[in-house]
Design a protein around this ligand. Structure first.
Ligand code: DQA
Length: 146
């Protein structure tokens, strides 16, 4: 199975952006880790990032059409994008899995990060484990949908 690993705004700046919160590794490092984690599994994964809400919505439409599961770090869109939520709902209501991931633990941060509009329509959420949040999400997708 093919998995789209989609990342929202400012995540292209990983490594230079608030390293105290997000660590010192870059998005390219994340992509290499994803390659390592999926090597020898039944999964193939593709890591993408955009700062653009419309592009991210389009990628979710693509996941539905291609019947691909999704690992999604919606970044700040997590907290307010109903457009992204509606697109993500098409993925899960279409019988595909969508795992919401966060590098940091939003519940341990500012109040505005405590609400996720994506969480209620996600298959599940993994947050607070650094890049390992993505590894755990991919591990969850390695088995068949239950
Ligand atoms: C984030 C958490 C969000 O609150 C924030 O806006 C991000 C990154 C994370 O991975 O921890 O951009 O999604």
């Amino acid at each position: 199975p093919h998995v789209l690993v989609l990342n929202g705004p400012n995540l292209g700046r990983l490594g230079v952006r608030e390293p105290d919160v997000y660590g010192s590794l870059s998005l390219a490092d994340l992509a290499s880790s994803v390659d390592e984690w999926t090597a020898g599994t039944a999964l193939t994964a593709e890591v993408r990032q955009t700062d653009d809400e419309a592009e991210l919505v389009g990628w979710l439409h693509e996941a539905v059409d291609a019947r691909a599961d999704v690992v999604l770090n919606p970044a700040a869109f997590t907290h307010y994008s109903y457009a992204l939520r509606d697109a993500a709902a098409m993925v899960t209501k279409g019988g595909l899995r969508l795992i919401e991931v966060h590098i940091s633990n939003p519940y341990a941060r500012e109040e505005f990060r405590h609400l996720s509009v994506i969480g209620p329509i996600a298959t599940g959420t993994i947050a607070g484990f650094g890049f390992d949040s993505y590894r755990l999400a991919l591990a969850a997708l390695t088995g068949p949908a239950s």
